[in-house]
Each structure stands twice: as C-alpha cells, then as structure tokens.
Design a protein around this ligand. Structure first.
Ligand SMILES: NC(=O)C1=CN([C@@H]2O[C@H](COP(=O)(O)OP(=O)(O)OC[C@H]3O[C@@H](n4cnc5c(N)ncnc54)[C@H](OP(=O)(O)O)[C@@H]3O)[C@@H](O)[C@H]2O)C=CC1
Ligand SMILES: O=C(O)[C@H](O)COP(=O)(O)O
Length: 484
C-alpha cells in the first residue's frame, strides 16, 4: 500500500440526511500521526446544531420504530454492502487518520460489515415472551403478560480513536435494528473515518434524521451532549477518566461504558512457553499496543521467567516497525502526547530499577517495542495503562501471588492464563476479577457476538451483539385480563 495524496477536504457534518458546514465557521484540523500533515478538517459544530440534530433524530425515530423489522434489516444489509464496496477507500482513511496498518484497517471494515449482518440476524431471532399470572401465589391464569422489547429512543454513540469504524458501528447497528435513532459523536482523531462510514450509510438510503454525526471536541460539546435531555441512552467506549466524568454528568439514563484496561498475562510454571510468547506478543504489540484489550503486563512464575523473557525478546526482534503503509505492527502512536506518556512510564521504571531487555528507542511518536523485566509494584508501568508498545514483566513466586497482583489493579477488562493444566486454569480464572478470562490465548474482544464486559475501572454494562441490542431496548409489558 502506497500513499495516494488525499485532496485536502473540509468534511461536513451530517444532520437530517444532509451534509452541512457548521454555522460556527470553525473547523478542526486532523493531522495524520505518521504523515505529520493535515489530511482534512472537520466541523466544530455549535450547541444549537447539536439541539437540531437531536430534534431530527426524535422525529425520525418514531417512524423508524413503526416500520417492520424486515424493512429495517434491509437498510442495514445495504449499509453492510456499501461498506464492502467502499472498503479500500475507508481503509485508506483509517490508515491515514489513526495510523493503523492498511491490512488491519481493511480488516476493521470487513469485520464491521460482518458485525452489521450478524446484528440483523440476531435481532431477527430475538423474540418476546408471555407469562400467566397463576404461577405466582394467588395470581389468576386469565391474566396474561406479553413481554416485548421496545427501543429506548435516541442513542448517543461515542467511540474512541482506535477502532473509529468498528467501535462506532458496533453501537449504531444494534441501536438501529432495534428501532432507535442515533447521535454519533466520533473521536475527533477518527472523525473522518466515521464520516466515511456514514457516507456508506447515507448511500444505503436510510431515512433522514435517523443517524446524525456531530463533530467537535469532546471537551467542548461532550458534556452538552451527555447532559442533553433528548438523549435516552449512552453507549461509550474510551478512557476510564472520560467514562467516569461522563457517568457523573449523565444522570438517570442507561449507560454502557467500555473503558481502559491493564490486562495481565499470567504465565504458570507448566505453560508451553513458545506458544505463550506468541500470544503475549500479539496481545501486547498489535497496533503498537493501542487496544483496550492489549496484554499490558506479564505475571510470570519466577522458575520460568528467564526462559520466557528470552523467548519474548526473540519474538520482539521479529516485529516489523515503521509506517502503517507497509503493514508494520509497530507504528507511530496516535500523537506526541501519547508517546510522551509511554516514554514517561519507561523512564520511571528504569529509574526505579527495572531491567531493559529491549527497546526504549524513539523517533518522534514512534516508540520501538519495549520489554521491561523485574518490574515491581512501585513502578507506574505495573499499574497504569500505557496504550503503547511497552510490556512490563513482573516475576511472582506462586499462582496466588499472580492472582493477587492481577486483582490489585483498578482495571478489570480481561486476563489471560497460560498453563497446560486445565483444572488449574479454571481455578485461577474463577478468582480473577475481570470481565473475561482467556485460557491459553491472548486477550481480545472478538468474536464479536461474545459478551464483552469491563468490571471495576474498565466499565459498566455489557456489549456483544445480543447484549448490545438488549442494552438499547427495554421490556414493555402488555397485560391481557381475560373474562373469567
Ligand atoms: N473497553 C473498551 O472496549 C475500549 C476502551 N478503550 C480505551 O479508550 C482509551 C483510548 O481512546 P481515546 O479515544 O484516547 O479515549 P478518550 O477517553 O480520550 O476519548 C473517547 C471518546 O470520548 C470523547 N470525549 C472526550 N471528552 C468527552 C466528554 N466530556 N463527554 C463526552 N465525550 C467525550 C472523545 O472525543 P474527542 O476525541 O473529541 O476528545 C472520544 O470520542 C484507552 O483508555 C482505551 O483503553 C479503547 C477501546 C476499547
Ligand atoms: O478498542 C479496542 O481495543 C477493542 O475493543 C478491542 O478489540 P480487539 O480485541 O478486537 O482488538
């Protein structure tokens, strides 16, 4: 994949089925994290324009909820087809805007089309239930409750930068299929990719006003959106601090929050170290560690630590480093500030006695894959989420110590346990405080129909296709009282 120079565009925002320039006359420049040049500008919209978008969404939602599920399904299938048709164009924008390798960017688009189709199929097979009153003491069998799921109304979808298409669509598709309208606020660095995805949705002919894309800095329009009385549910993915801030502002509306992580890879004495190392490397370093589910610390039994560190080091030397255009695994981080933060974690660990195995080399925002051994609890890198390519190894004396350290984290997204003993794997998994535990595999969200949950500082509520649909709908009960 080689760069074709993009024509520099002022991208418009999307409201009531039309692409518009903001009345503020203000735009935000989007700079590529590896081309180091502005690749486009997005509108910094006003609060009035937010109000308008929400009003249009409410109008469109009523009609949309009334049409048949099959009709809604047709629109979503067309959207998935459009994404497939435009896969190269969208992947190129994702690559340029968030610095993801072209191969991964394209996979993101294909995964999104699959996600939309699966969401439709799941919804087509979700049914309500009915109950008779006489199963409760004193209840009458002529009282029958019909329980259906109804949409919540207007869903506010806020994704992070790192999956600007997939993590947006994984909120939009369940919202739409179940009869909701959407206000989509993309991450600013990721907004052009989001706009491209909405161009595909526009081409699929969705009704006007049903989906509106509001662009602008979260720090400027975020609170206004979150506190807006026209929003009926928020689905947010992003950093823990932003999520906590948002939860305090949101008040009494349903929230699903998928936040940061510090996923441990626990390596037991009996693990297959070569296999384990492959999973850890892929878990820790894909897309330079800019995944919420990246393995962000290794807790290894001291008896096998030397050997594991040696194998991890060998594997790291094979990781391709450089531009996302050449499908490198290690690519420049999203911005200089993120690279400075990762560097500060490395510096702090080295100052406090960690051993540098490899890495700690930097060119601007490109950080080479860094492996730190003999990391201890006094070092920030043992606890904080780097969102970058640095992997701390913490040596432990027992499985119990590994479990204790794993659970001392404020985060609880996922964990991996590597062992040949399945009983031991379950014993450890049962004690880990995390949404999911992977046995002998890297931490990861997919396949996307699995429930995806963060506990403690990693979130609230569940995503995953069926669970997302459930989170954006509620039960509605109609009770029939038959004449006795
Ligand atoms: N658990 C999970 O599923 C995942 C979690 N993450 C986490 O996300 C983080 C990285 O993503 P990043 O984009 O930097 O996260 P941020 O928390 O910085 O931003 C996430 C989103 O929130 C928006 N936002 C910022 N301030 C507000 C506000 N006051 N009100 C409403 N929205 C606001 C941002 O907009 P803007 O860009 O305009 O500031 C962006 O769209 C990491 O911590 C990572 O672990 C990432 C992926 C998955
Ligand atoms: O944004 C993230 O980091 C994801 O939700 C994790 O997805 P992945 O495990 O498929 O990379």
């Amino acid at each position: 994949m080689k760069t074709k120079v993009l024509s520099l565009l002022d991208y418009k925002f999307y409201v009531n089925g039309e692409w518009k320039e903001s009345q503020t006359g203000q735009t935000i420049e989007i700079k590529s994290p590896y081309l180091y040049e502005v690749i486009g500008k997005v509108q910094a919209i006003s609060k009035n324009e937010v109000d308008e978008a929400i009003t249009f969404a409410h109008e469109a939602q009523k009609e949309w909820a009334n049409i048949s599920l099959q009709q809604r399904a047709d629109y979503l299938y067309k959207w998935a087809d459009q994404l497939i048709d435009k896969q190269d164009e969208i992947a190129e924008i994702i690559m340029k805007e968030v610095g993801k390798s072209f191969k991964d960017a394209k996979n993101e688009v294909l995964r999104t089309a699959d996600f939309i189709r699966f969401t439709v199929e799941e919804a087509l097979h979700m049914h309500g239930e009915s109950m008779r009153g006489d199963s409760f003491p004193g209840g009458s069998k002529s009282k029958i409750a019909i329980i259906e799921r109804v949409p919540l109304g207007v869903i506010l979808a806020i994704p992070p930068f790192n999956y600007p298409v997939n993590l947006a669509a994984s909120k939009l598709a369940p919202a739409l299929i179940s009869g909701n309208a959407v206000i989509f606020k993309p991450a600013t660095q990721g907004a052009i990719s989001g706009i491209k995805m909405i161009e595909a949705l526009h081409a699929a002919g969705f009704p006007k006003g049903l989906v509106n894309i509001v662009t602008g800095r979260g720090s400027v329009i975020g609170d206004y959106l979150v506190e807006h009385e026209g929003i009926n549910m928020i689905s947010f993915t992003g950093g823990t601090n932003t999520g906590i801030h948002l939860a305090k502002k949101a008040g009494m509306i349903p929230l699903v929050l998928e936040l940061g992580g510090k996923d441990p890879g626990i390596v037991c004495e009996d693990a297959d170290l070569h296999e384990t190392a492959k999973h850890i490397i892929s878990g820790a370093f894909s897309y330079s560690g800019q995944r919420c589910t990246a393995i962000k610390r290794v807790l290894v039994h001291e008896s096998v630590a030397d050997e594991l560190v040696e194998i991890l080091n060998e594997e790291i030397q094979k990781l391709p480093v450089g531009s996302p255009e050449d499908d490198n695994t290690i690519v420049p981080l999203i911005d200089d500030e993120s690279a400075d933060f990762v560097q500060s974690l490395i510096d702090d660990a080295l100052k406090k006695g960690a051993k540098l195995v490899t890495g700690n080399k930097r060119q601007h925002n490109l950080i080479y894959p860094t492996l730190l051994d003999h990391v201890t609890g006094v070092m920030k890198v043992a606890w904080e989420e780097p969102f970058g390519p640095v992997l701390p190894v913490i040596r432990v004396c027992s499985d119990e110590e590994a479990i204790k350290l794993a659970n001392e984290s404020n985060f609880g997204l996922q964990a991996s346990v590597f062992t040949k003993n399945i009983n031991k794997a379950f014993l450890i998994a049962n004690k880990i405080e995390a949404g999911s535990v992977q046995i002998n595999g890297r931490t990861e969200r997919g396949p996307d129909h699995f429930p995806f949950i963060g506990v403690k500082g990693s979130g609230m509520g569940t995503q995953g296709i069926r669970m997302s649909i459930e989170s954006m709908t509620r039960e509605k009960i109609t009770v029939v009282n038959l004449a006795e």
